[in-house]
Design a protein around this ligand. Sequence first.
Ligand code: ADP
Length: 226
Amino acid sequence: MTRCDGRKKNELRDVKMEVGVLKRADGSAYIEWGNNKIFAGVYGPKEVIPRFLARNDRAYLRCKYSMTPFSVEERKRPGPDRRSVEIGKVTTGALAPAILLENYPNSMIEILIDVMQADAGTRCAGITAATLALVDAGIPMRGLVSACAAGKVDDEIVLDLCKEEDNLGQADIPLAILSRTEEITLLQMDGIMTENEVEEALGLAIEGCKSVYQMQMDALKTKYGD
Ligand code: ADP
């Protein structure tokens, strides 16, 4: 099968990552993943606001995902919506196991993910960029979180659906893996697949996450050396 953009079934889109791109945040990264363009900025550890969210055994982690009005085909209304709240929550869940939150009781780490241009797979690209921004902020981590999706298009299981494929797609499984422990920190699915198809898609997504991990390491080496 040839895909609409000519990729092989196990091929990622072109991905570029850059660490430390924003001067004012404590840590930052930029990712271009196919036609997705996303910035991630990290603040903290800092004072918890509002105060009642503070925990005396660990830092409070907050992730906010937003899309600019011009990031999608038709101008999107600015501000939060159900989808962005959901993605913020699953992103928090995907990143929390990677961070030594227990080192920073009574403080807060804030991650902001801003999508400038969206073309499917933004939650995975956002998680991948946010991980780099956390490292750039000097926050101690257990490993890197690398994310990537696989899905079903035209009855074929393929890696990393672009928007055109997502529109026609029958199913999509975003996955995130924490390196070192190899813990799965994000696993979602929409659409319908057989058990065998899920297994095949997970196999592809795991390989995809490994490639993403290598690219994250390369981006960090480019910024900080070996
Ligand atoms: P992900 O971006 O993680 O794949 P979804 O599956 O929810 O998340 O969205 C797929 C794609 O649909 C997005 O990347 C974006 O290109 C598009 N999209 C999402 N929300 C909107 C919206 N409000 N208007 C137009 N397109 C949208």
